[in-house]
Design a protein around this ligand. Structure first.
Ligand code: GAL
Length: 801
């Protein structure tokens, strides 16, 4: 009964199956072509042909299975066509806020994408139904299989599954066509375009448990946990069917530690029935952020004693509680939320993130001491939640719009049903900054409807709403269980005084704008200093909010806007600035100085960090503001061995010296609980060579693993040259590929993707990044990174089977 995982190398097909269902990955070997939002002839006659007049016929369009697509571009999913388009200046707010990529109503020729994929499927005894699962397409995606219209998903973020049993051909070629219309935006930030999350084919029995219909939640009482396992079975047979449902729980090694009895269900055609079973575990291992232990729960559906479906999920046992005066509790222990908001794009790849990159990013946030992630402002991909479950990161899972129409209630339902088994999800959010309605009765009524839906689908959690409101109550705040504050930290104390029993969290906090490695305002190149000094009028500096949150129990904590820089929302400048400056880490995940502020106060590790760098040949004798971020008790600063004074470190703050510049070595020495900790910056020599650091040297030859290689330009002594901007060119030998490059420069208009046969990127303030994706053959892969006049870096990586 154990779920088996079969990796079938053939045709890049990744399948896994249980005895009673089979899931095949359909990411590889697609064909892509732009359509046109204004000219039907350039849109494969989409609006000329009578597509919706008769079933199964769509001749003369790309929907027709016989259509020849051999000239279309070969691509694999995940695919974001926006990231490889050039940056285009357009003064409109929409284009600016989306990162100056030519996608949206103003760009009809690059806003419709057609995708085609051929696949075959072999029959399997007992698996008589088929469904296509799309995890995320941006956006308004219509799907046809073998010429039959299957459905349209408006959402650019919430996935959808379509039953295609009546249109599939077994043992024959199937033609899947998707038309993606990205002319409309959903957000005000870079959203990507295309099929940017996985596509799967499900094969299952007519009597089955649909994705999201096995819900596991638990209650801890003393040393026991009662786990409730709710299985909803659907009968798609054309006759009534009897079945039994039984569930069990295993450790992560697969040892069964609790079982339910078998329960009978009788279901007529199209009927659904739910079985609720309880299993009690003694002394369970609790899931928490330091030890995110995941149990497995399995539900087994049998008909006449034979398994017809079974599902296995990972889940965690943990309790969450929110308290007006005391904040948040995880497993009954107080926990301050040290969170970040994030959009989903990364350097090089846009919103088409390989799964590994989700883990890479979450690990970076964990290393900083962050324990919570708000998926702003839409549902994240499944793999992000899996990363958070297994690495120990709490998640606020957010609905895109505060709207209770059938469309949005359905999106909310799909979001909750997909994500409610993830222990990392500790709070739902029903929306963000709905300025038209959040203070009035519309907002309140919609919120009540969404909250009722949330409780119906997931009584084990509660919800917040991210309000850009001060001490204001009427509207959504009247009914929301957890008050969310976007900025306006100055109003939190008053609000708490007026509503002491309503727990509150900083849903968006801080928001210092910084450019990594820059120390002077530069309105021409659109850079801001890399220190905690510049915040937009609506936001605050890191120290202004964190001190309040850290020092008051009624503050549950909060989420910084943002963990990573993201494309779009250039602030405070516009073009040539194409991505945001809000991140604690830049687009590549390189830390900015503010990272060390948060790390100092968000971890117990010893942190000592000096900024700026010490390469100022034009400033000899001039005063330089030196910042030290540390959690030491006190710090003494030395320039070339000479003391510049010792200072006591105020909690949740930083230290500053004004130092007349002279080249050499600046060193900070401090003591934390009697232990000496130091940091130094040195004047470096000129660029001498390229240095490459991979996040790992070995990966699996599975076609999906990635290796992130961070590069530095270093001097002869191996010190990173903090102002170096040399162009680095990449050559890869072996069966793997580069999928993107980046450097964290918010004003760079260099391509993130392959152009004119050369993968290359300028370093920005000493650094750049290249992302390599595994091939499917085991063997060595070599990356050579060269820069004119410098010694190249050569890296040998291994792909194993
Ligand atoms: C908030 C908003 C975010 C982002 C941020 C920029 O008001 O919720 O999505 O736009 O401002 O400062």
């Amino acid at each position: 009964m154990q779920k088996t995982l079969l990796f079938l190398g053939l045709l890049g097909c990744i399948c896994f199956s249980t005895q009673a269902q089979r899931i095949t990955n359909l990411d590889s070997d697609w064909r892509f072509h732009f359509g046109h939002a204004a000219l039907p002839e350039k849109d494969f006659n989409y609006s000329l042909a009578t597509i919706f007049s008769k079933s199964g016929g769509a001749a003369q369009t790309a929907i027709d299975p016989k259509f020849v697509d051999t000239t279309w571009t070969k691509i694999n999913i995940p695919h974001d066509w926006a990231v490889s388009l050039p940056f285009v200046y357009d003064p409109s707010y929409e284009v600016e806020s989306h990162g100056y990529k030519p996608v949206g109503g103003r760009f009809p020729e690059t806003s419709i994408g057609w995708y085609r994929k051929r696949f075959t499927v072999s029959p399997q005894a007992g698996l008589d139904r088929y469904a296509l699962q799309f995890d995320g397409i941006f956006r308004n995606a219509s799907v046809w299989l073998n010429g039959f219209y299957v459905g349209t998903n408006q959402s650019g973020y919430v996935g959808i599954t379509y039953d295609v049993t009546d249109y599939i051909q077994v043992d024959k070629e199937n033609v899947l066509v998707v038309r993606v219309d990205a002319t409309q935006y959903e957000g005000w930030f870079y959203e990507g375009a295309g099929i940017y999350r996985h596509v799967w084919l499900q094969q299952f029995n007519s009597l089955h448990v649909a994705d999201g219909d096995f819900f596991v939640h638990s209650k801890i009482e003393g040393k026991k946990a009662t786990v409730t396992l709710e299985t909803t079975v659907t009968n798609k047979n054309f006759s009534p069917s009897d079945c039994t449902v039984a569930t069990y729980i295993t450790t992560r090694e697969g040892k069964i530690i609790g079982k339910s009895s078998e329960q009978q269900l009788y279901l007529t055609t199209n009927q659904q029935g739910t079985v609720k079973q309880k299993i009690t575990l003694n002394n369970p291992l609790l899931w928490d952020i330091d030890n995110p232990y995941l149990y497995r729960a399995v539900t087994v559906v049998k008909q006449k004693g034979k398994i017809v479906d079974q599902h296995k999920i990972k889940f965690g046992i943990r309790s969450v509680a929110f308290e007006g005066k005391k904040g948040f509790f995880l497993n009954e222990k107080p926990l301050k939320i040290k969170g970040t908001n994030n959009h989903q794009d990364h350097a090089g790849v846009g919103s088409a993130l390989p799964d590994d990159l989700q883990y890479y990013r979450i690990k970076l946030l964990k290393e900083m001491g962050s324990n919570a992630y708000r998926a702003s402002h839409h549902s994240p991909t499944r793999e992000l939640l899996e990363a958070c479950d297994s690495l120990g990161m709490l998640v606020v899972d957010e609905q895109r719009l505060l709207n209770s129409s059938a469309e949005y209630l359905d999106q909310f339902t799909r979001l909750i049903k997909r994500d409610r088994n993830h222990p990392s999800v500790f709070l739902w959010s029903i929306g963000n900054e709905e300025g038209w309605i959040q203070k009035n009765d519309f907002g309140k009524r919609i919120a009540l409807t969404l909250l009722a839906k949330q409780r119906e689908l997931d009584p084990s959690r509660t919800s917040t709403y991210a309000a850009d409101m001060g001490n204001e109550f009427p509207g959504v705040n009247e009914v929301i269980p957890i008050r969310g504050f976007n900025y306006r930290q100055y109003a939190v104390a008053d609000y708490h005084k007026d509503h002491p029993d309503q727990p509150l969290v900083g849903t968006e906090m801080g928001s210092t704008v910084t450019t990594r490695g820059i120390y002077e305002k530069d309105p021409v190149r659109a850079y801001v200093p890399d220190q905690d000094i510049t915040a937009p009028w609506w936001a605050s500096k890191a120290e202004d909010w964190w001190r309040l949150a850290a020092e008051n129990d009624y503050w549950m904590g909060g989420f910084v806007w943002t963990g990573f820089d993201y494309r779009g929302e250039p602030t405070p400048y516009k073009w040539p600035n194409i991505n945001s400056h809000f991140g604690i880490l830049d687009m590549c995940g390189f830390p900015k100085n503010i990272y060390y502020y948060y790390k100092s106060w968000w971890t117990d590790e010893e942190v000592m960090h000096i900024s700026p760098h010490w390469n100022w040949p034009d400033k000899v004798g001039q005063p330089i503001d030196v910042w030290v971020n540390t959690n030491a008790d006190d710090v003494e600063l030395f320039l070339n061995g000479k003391s510049l004074g010792k200072k006591v470190m105020p909690r949740n703050s930083h230290l500053k010296w004004s130092v007349p510049y002279e080249p050499g070595k600046l060193e900070a020495v401090g003591y934390k609980k009697g232990k000496r900790i130091t940091a130094q910056v040195e004047t470096t020599g000129t660029p001498n060579r390229v240095s490459a650091t991979p996040n790992r040297v070995q990966c699996q030859a599975n076609g999906t693993d990635i290796i992130v290689v961070n590069l530095s330009i270093v001097d002869a002594a191996g010190r990173e040259v903090p102002v170096a901007d040399n162009r680095i060119q990449f050559e890869l030998t072996g069966e793997a590929k580069i999928i993107g490059v980046g450097n964290g420069d918010p004003s760079s208009h260099e391509p993130d993707q392959w152009v004119n046969g050369t993968w290359q990127r300028n370093a920005f303030n000493g650094k750049c990044q290249v992302i390599i994706q595994a091939g499917t053959t085991a063997g060595p892969v070599q990356l050579k990174a060269t820069a004119n006049g410098l010694q190249a870096a050569t890296l040998t990586l291994t792909q194993t089977k």
